[in-house]
Design a protein around this ligand. Sequence first.
Ligand code: GLA
Length: 753
Amino acid sequence: MIKVNTIKKEYTKWDWQAGKNVPFTEEMTQFILSTPNSTYALAALESGHLCHIYYGRRTDDEDLAYLMRLGENPYTPKVNSRDMGTFMDTTPFEYPVHGTGDYREPAVMIRDGNGATSLDLRYVSYSITDGKPLLSQELEDCTVKVPATYADGSDARTLCITMKEIHTGVEVDLYYTAFESLDAVTRSAVIRNTGDRVDILRALSAAVDFDSCEYDWITLNGSWARERIVERSPLHHGKQSVDSVKGESSHQSNPFVALVSHNADENSGEAYGFNLVYSGNFFAQAEVTQHKRTRVVMGVNPFDFAWALEKGQSFTVPECVMVYSDKGIGEMSRTFHDLYRRHLIRGEYKDKRRPILINNWEATYFNFDEEKLFSIAKQAKELGIEMLVMDDGWFGHRNSDNSSLGDWYVNENKIKGGLKALVDRVNGIGMMFGIWLEPEMISPDSDLYRAHPDWAIQVKGLPLTQSREQYVLDYSRKEVRDCIWSQIKAILDNANIEYIKWDMNRQLTEVASAALPSDRQRELWHRFVLGVYDLQERLCTEYPHILLENCSGGGARFDPGMLFYSPQIWASDDTDAIERLKIQYGTSICYPASAMGAHVSDCPNHTVGRSTPFETRGNVAMVGTFGYELDVTRIPQADRDEIPSQIEKFKKYNPLVRTGDQYRLGNIFEDNTFDAWMFVSKDKSQAVLTYVQVLGRPNYHSRRIKPAGLDPERRYRSSQTGEVHPGSTFMNCGIDVALDGDFKSLVIEFTEV
Ligand code: GLA
């Protein structure tokens, strides 16, 4: 719901010269966006400054002007001409600029034709539309869709505020979408140039000024094989930020931050989550200001970024999703999950169970041929697995990671008889077939590189940095994308491929393009990401039946931008069930379980060397998309025997995991002796609880944990004890779990009776 209210009020302001309070009037237009439980309010002042009024628990008041503190520092030359700076540096702004008195972090910075970077943006007009417009970026030779949440008129309304810069031809459309049934507000912007050339030096997606600094700041950080580790700390004066400068959203930081009240836990307290729908360099910062207020900003990283706008051109600022919860961090997560499942993920698999796959990476690495793959497929089929995924090493002459990226034709020395013959054979026994690709990469040892050395991103005169013995293709160039696309098409048209794992195994260095003029080189970071989006969109449009799973050296591109194309993303190369507790907990902070790539792998685990029970590996992978990553022909017979029942269990609970509400019952970061979580169906008639005991139970005693999300009034039967109690009993009093030994786990079902 969006309300617009223009009011004129009288205020007073102390006038130093007159030595008394003097009256003045202010006419402002307030825009009040409401979701079921939250309100986001902003106002255009008479002067044209666009100010932030409020973000938080819902209020239905139509006049929140008093929150503007206008008597303190008004922009009213009559009474305040001597100190405009105070107004600029203390007022909460919606899209703060640089250079005209606001010394806090700006959202936008643009260099004019004279090289100056000061801006003055003023409100011009607004419009409100049902639903949500699509975002796209026009480039010289094509238009690229920019990923964003989508909604029709029944789900959302969008406010567009147009602003104009005073001394250039720059105009900005700020978009705000309020969702009707979810506490989510999204923001994006389009910057247009109607005058002489300007250069955008930063164009963030959102800035929100909070009136307090009494919050904790939550971020998701890590490294390869340790992605999205939750960190929480109180805000402090100055700036705290997370970002990526690697060309992808990265292992090290995720484009997610939250401000939560100090007392917030899973079930109570306030939480504001910010998530950028973007897969490249991002920046998120909380700045505690002189008056103990907080400015949060998020967007494409301004570091090493610039974008030239000639007359008539425009730049689309990616979307920032903001979620508010006054019922704790758990509720914030569930809102993100619902939003992404309903309004971001697309395609045939959006609401469908994904095929149970077996991937040969940890089974064989590069050492396989068609017979080996077929033997895995055959054994897997007998156990109930539905799809074989052929991972890295099937193309060019690749037998290790040192060659052939860019040569996307099958290596017939390895896959004798060709790809189609293998796929047909696998299909013939009733298994689907999927394939691994790394389309953004080029190996120095490849036909593609020998033919087009300038297609690798590189700086003239500098040696190229190899990483995993590979370079990155210049996806800002359409001819490069077209060439890779025609190779991918040839594979897809030749054989019945039903799944693609799209990998990206290195970060960008020596970032320059042979095709861009010198004054546009800083655009390459963003143009590269747009190029990736262009190809993934082609894949989704031309091959809608293919299930796409994004991946980046494990989980370095687990972001909402990727979810627009792939309903699932490989969460981490660390498949150890115990390490996964942290990785999956962190991922669940804003991403749904339906999107989390998780597999059962062999032991001792290849990354950490730990051995865990096969059952626990299954119970942990079950809260993701589920599959196997092991040589099923060689694992212990006892493990193999367990697979059919594990698959039955997965099939039984997957609808709950995929569509239900997730409750985190343990916190592995605070107590590393156990973890537990629960999925409850939307109608609350059924729930499944998973408990994993990391370290043996204390002194032979059972551990009491408290289920959540059940209906307190309705009665449920616990599969653990067979006992029937009201949901309130289970939730308030808890249940007792007793398992012997480390790494054991248990799944308990609650069914309404
Ligand atoms: C990345 C992926 C792995 C595997 C390898 C293949 O590391 O995350 O799952 O596909 O590449 O090279």
